[in-house]
Design a protein around this ligand. Structure first.
Ligand code: HEM
Length: 429
């Protein structure tokens, strides 16, 4: 579907065939991102990999993440952090056992705490609101929520450039204010890391910021990294974790509507893991029903209902239609997941459908694209999926899920994540 938003041509691809055209057949032409106010003002002038235009900086940064930060060996080396965070999360839920909890709050806290532990060793938050130079953990969480919101807003100035300077909706003002807060925080984190590098004998990188700083000093880098680019690269690693808690929240929401599925998943866990153990990362391959629940959640509720926009670098013809250079392309994963040509009873939550079909989530199969596909596919896939599997499996394994007294499954709203904030009783089992 070709449209015009203001003065900008836009294409929305809503079928797996068209998604394949843009993300695979013509991936090289659509490998860039449009420049948006969010990228400019809230992401260090598009230095955060997500918004970076296709080119030498993006290629170098992506290589850095894939080879140095998200490679399997490095991710394994951070497993102890994930285990420790998971234990703290489970203990805090045990303490609330029998009381209604808003599960989303806990998941968000867990994912953010795990992320900041891996990225920056988690010690940069003020303990109380009195220490004003740094945000408290809660304030930082709020900053990230605002960043996610502002990154996804429809900012008129992005589509009608001559209106940009008026900032009619006030978003740019908010982005600039938020940027100031993040910048203060990043400066502090970088200074502390640099100081440790200089003073510690036999320095060994402990977290992702250390790895990034070490890499930035490599004299052979094709693009020398500026301090803003380094901050941009730190920024995205922490903030993309919100996808993880959102996915988990939506999955929990759907399960609560279908107690039969909770029973089936816990039967699998009891049989494979046993009642006296927690689920570890090595167990995932033995839990096909859990995997099917995750895929079905992503099919109906992809965290990015429209994939991050792509941008045409040159004129081209796609499936017989001419697409002009400068066109923005959106892939509509929400409608692809509900297309009755590919899915029986598409509105129904039926994880079993994935037990019969061999469909992966890595972007090879265009009917299911929660992590995108092609050159700009999510580089955090391995980490994101580990966190989701581990948290969902252990929540199901360790707790009985119940709705608060008097609430019926059919009263749960599943249309958006905002409505997915529900209370449930987690009873230590
Ligand atoms: C449930 C978890 C996650 C989901 C569903 C998810 C989903 C996505 C999607 C849909 C895209 C756009 C892909 C495209 O344009 O084709 C993306 C891009 C990206 N994701 Fe993720 N993501 C998740 C977790 C993470 C994590 C944990 C990180 C990093 C710590 C991360 C980092 C990124 C980055 C940097 C990009 C931009 C890549 C580029 O433009 O080159 N994601 N993600």
């Amino acid at each position: 579907m070709q449209l015009k938003f203001g003065s900008s041509p836009v294409v929305v691809a809503s079928s797996p065939e068209m998604a394949k055209e843009f993300l695979q057949t013509h991936d090289n032409i659509f490998a860039s991102r449009p420049t948006t106010a969010a990228g400019k003002y809230a992401s260090y002038n598009c230095s955060d990999l997500t918004w970076a235009p296709y080119g030498p900086f993006w290629r170098q940064a992506r290589k850095l993440y894939l080879t140095q930060i998200f490679n399997p060996k490095r991710l394994d080396s951070f497993e102890s952090i994930r285990i420790e965070e998971r234990r703290a999360f489970i203990s805090s839920l045990y303490a609330l056992s029998g009381k209604p909890v808003v599960i989303r709050d806990h998941l968000t806290r867990l994912t953010l705490s795990t992320a900041s532990q891996m990225v920056l060793s988690n010690k940069y938050f003020a303990q109380s609101e009195g220490a004003r130079s740094l945000p408290t953990f809660e304030e930082f969480q709020e900053m990230i929520d605002t960043w996610c919101l502002l990154s996804g807003v429809f900012n008129i100035g992005d589509w009608i450039p001559w209106l940009d300077r008026f900032d009619l909706q006030g978003y740019v003002k908010q982005m600039k204010a938020l940027h100031k807060k993040f910048d203060r925080f990043h400066n502090h984190v970088l200074d502390a890391h640099q100081a440790r590098r200089k003073t510690e004998r036999d320095f060994i990188p402990k977290d992702m910021v250390d790895i990034l700083l070490q890499y930035a000093e490599d004299p052979d880098l094709q693009v020398k990294l500026t301090s803003d680019q380094i901050k941009g690269l730190i920024q995205f690693v922490i903030y993309n974790y919100s996808y993880t808690s959102l996915a988990l929240d939506l999955g929990s929401n759907r399960l609560l509507k279908h107690p039969r599925l909770i029973r089936k998943a816990t039967e699998e866990l009891d049989r494979v893991i046993g009642r006296d153990k927690w689920v570890e990362e090595a167990d995932f391959s033995k839990l096909p029903f859990l995997e099917a629940i995750i895929k079905e959640t992503f099919r109906l509720h992809p965290p990015a209902t429209l994939l991050l926009p792509r941008y045409a670098l040159e004129d081209c013809t796609v499936a017989g239609s001419n697409i002009a250079k400068g066109t923005t392309v959106f892939i509509n994963t929400w409608s692809i997941g509900r297309n009755s040509k590919y899915w029986d009873s598409p509105e129904e939550f039926i994880p079993e459908r994935f037990l019969e079909k061999d469909i992966d989530m890595k972007g090879q199969n265009f009917v299911l694209l929660p992590f995108g596909s092609g050159r700009r596919r999510c580089p955090g896939y391995n980490l994101g999926i580990k966190l989701i599997r581990s948290m969902l499996a252990n929540l199901l394994h360790g707790f009985n899920w119940k709705l608060p007294h008097g609430m019926k499954p059919e009263e749960i709203c599943d249309r958006s994540s905002a409505c997915a904030i529900i209370k449930l009783n987690l009873i230590a089992s």
